[in-house]
Design a protein around this ligand. Structure first.
Ligand SMILES: [Zn+2]
Length: 307
């Protein structure tokens, strides 16, 4: 969400859907034609290696995109499919690519929430989750997935989803970051699917790694990833400060906080903004800084805790 201009966002991404672009030697990318306020110009799938390759994030349930991916690797062998996380714009096309290639599917695991649902949340449906997805091989943090001429290390990066992985091509100092870090916008962190506590820890984690070139699930590559991540961390800290600033004026519900904090937001994103605020509140309640009656939920009213 582009509510703050403190982060050096980059929305310059002229790649057209279905066009194969070799963005670095051994890294090709193809854009799926699924643009939206959440996906920017669409989901970017990556092909890693040459001859015997891995596909990272086959994308949404989209026959045209699957055909474009398969056309891009015509004459080559797809040995691995890697999935960063189980949102519907990333994992459903895995089934098509696996059926066509016989490649093994590597991911952290099936979709799961970051925490159990509270009673009042039991009725809400999570439209973004791909609940049908199952990896062939469940990948743990730090494991190295080796192919022909490439090796990718799984980097657990929970927060956007509980099962989010980034994949590090360590020799090349490249990191495929999925939706954990995006150059065009901040990532959505929406409880109970996502967790701000986990997300912040996963951002911190990347600042200590040596990879500097990031490839995201949406939008352009990020040339100095760790520096960009430090901007994101400061941005979230500023967001937390604005929430506390608003609550210092008196108790408030989430829509009131969104109106106070997200000036000029795209109206289609106010729902997501509310969940981002909830993610911060959940964290603040856990730390004893903010109080609410009952569980921290989207419909709750929040106030500063009496210290
Ligand atoms: Zn995505």
């Amino acid at each position: 969400m582009s509510d703050n201009d403190d982060v050096p966002f980059n929305r310059d991404f002229p790649l057209r859907p279905g066009v194969v672009q070799e963005v670095r030697p051994g890294v090709r990318r193809i854009l799926c034609d699924n643009p939206s306020p959440f996906t920017f110009t669409g989901t970017v799938s990556y092909i890693v290696g040459r001859g015997k390759v891995a596909i990272i994030d086959p994308g949404p349930d989209d026959e045209t995109h699957a055909a474009a991916l398969l056309e891009a690797v015509r004459g080559e062998t797809v040995t691995h499919i890697l999935v960063t996380h189980t949102h519907r714009d990333h994992s459903p096309n895995t089934a098509r690519i696996k059926a066509a290639t016989g490649a093994t599917v590597h991911a952290e695991g099936p979709h799961r929430a970051s925490r159990p649902r509270y009673e009042s949340e039991k009725m809400s449906s999570e439209s973004g989750a791909d609940r049908a997805f199952r990896p062939d091989i469940a990948v743990r943090d730090g494991e190295i997935i080796e192919g022909s001429g490439w090796a990718l290390q799984a980097v657990a990066t929970p927060g956007h989803t509980a099962n989010h992985l980034a994949f590090a091509w360590q020799d090349r100092k490249m990191l495929f970051v999925g939706d954990h870090v995006m150059g065009w916008s901040t990532s959505i962190v929406a409880p109970p699917d996502g967790s701000m506590i986990d997300y912040m820890a996963s951002l911190e984690r990347l600042t200590g790694r040596s990879e500097d070139l990031y490839f995201s699930g949406h939008g352009p590559e990020i040339p100095d990833g760790p520096r960009y991540v430090r901007f994101l961390i400061r941005h979230r800290q500023a967001r937390e400060a604005s929430i506390l600033h608003r609550l210092a004026k008196g108790e408030a519900d989430i829509p009131t906080m969104v109106r106070a904090i997200y000036i000029g937001i795209d109206p289609r994103l106010t729902g997501a903004a509310g969940y981002s605020v909830l993610a911060h509140l959940e964290d603040l309640v856990a730390r004893g800084i903010v109080a609410t009656d009952g569980d921290p939920v989207i419909g709750g009213t929040y106030r500063l805790a009496v210290s």
